[in-house]
Write a protein that binds this ligand. Structure first.
Ligand code: DGL
Length: 314
């Protein structure tokens, strides 16, 4: 009887999701589509974006701070909707928090291994993600015979974050096609060709968009690598994993539950509401500002010790 009451209370708790900025909304959107009854608490750490060029220890600290903020909002599961943060801090977060923590690297690798026919896969991501070798490790844990080519394309994160701010409305791809590309320095198209053409020429048949910002450039990337290369984003596979995990634990929200959505940012809340609405393709009703200092204050003695132990481990 008591167990049932606890379980019911757990089912009603929201899912926590975070990223360095807007990119994680590509994952949040998939989760919201797959699980329309679930509440969502999303945090975009816009004030500290990008994570990609930062050191691993710093990103690990951010993962703990934001995980602590989400658990203080009583989430039932945490999704690290950022490849850089997943690569740096997934294991640490899993050890530090009592709820399940799901990253995006393993789901992306799984989707790529399922999709590749010639067993030759490309991965693009931030400097942090590519340098960590997390995709190679995750792909090889599933199929050691798959060849993996990795290229860091950090400029794509700037294009997404800047392009969304410079373009007034519509999608990022529409803005690029409407001449927005010419206002970027350097323009996107030639820079993207430089990154992607050698990758496509290497014979890959599958390309993992190993950064949650990149699905917003999917059409442009697809045009450059050509129809022979299948593009994989981790969003769909991550949403499936979230659904499976909650189902196995009996923690799915009951059908028809009223959906509560909170979108928070360390940057400007009003701007995040506007940009988030464009990325999600549906209205972001509430957006709240969370100061970085508030996140920093959440690292208590226990979390500091977990971080220190993790850093020592390497
Ligand atoms: N969206 C993040 C990722 O998936 C990275 C963007 C950044 O550099 O902050 O890696």
């Amino acid at each position: 009887m008591r167990v049932t009451a606890i379980l019911r209370a757990m089912q009603k708790l929201p899912i926590g999701i975070f990223d360095s900025g807007l990119g994680g909304l590509t994952v949040a959107g998939e989760i919201m589509r797959a699980l329309p009854d679930e509440g969502i608490v999303y945090l975009g750490d816009t004030a500290r974006c990008p994570y990609g060029p930062r050191g691993r220890d710093e990103v690990r600290r951010f993962v703990l701070e934001i995980g602590a903020w989400l658990t203080s909002r009583q989430v039932k599961l945490i999704v690290i909707a950022c490849n850089t943060a997943s690569a740096a801090g997934l294991a640490l977060a899993q050890r530090a928090f009592d709820v399940p923590v799901i990253g995006v690297v393993e789901p992306g690798a799984r989707a790529a291994v399922k999709a590749t026919v010639n067993r030759h896969v490309g991965v693009i991501g931030t400097v942090g993600t590519i340098a960590s070798g997390a995709y190679r490790t995750a792909v090889h844990a599933l199929d050691a015979g798959v060849r993996v080519e990795s290229v860091a394309t950090p400029y794509f994160v700037d294009v997404v974050e800047q392009g969304l701010r410079l373009g007034e409305q519509g999608t990022l791809e529409e803005w690029l096609a409407d001449g927005g590309d010419r206002t970027l320095d350097p323009p996107f198209e030639p820079a993207a060709r430089e990154y992607l053409e050698p990758l496509a020429a290497s014979g890959i048949d599958t390309l993992v968009l190993g950064c949650t910002h990149f699905p917003l450039l999917e059409e442009s990337i697809g045009r450059i690598v050509g129809p022979g290369v299948r593009l994989i984003s981790s969003a769909g596979e991550t949403a499936r994993e979230v659904a499976d995990t909650l189902a196995m634990r009996g923690h799915l929200a009951p059908k028809g539950s009223p959906r509560r959505e909170v979108f928070a940012t360390t940057g400007d809340a009003e701007e995040f509401r506007g940009l988030g609405t464009r990325v999600l393709g549906r209205p972001v009703e509430t957006s709240v500002h969370v100061p970085v200092t508030e996140l920093e204050s959440l690292l208590d003695v226990r979390l500091e010790a977990a971080l220190a132990a993790d850093i020592q481990e390497g």
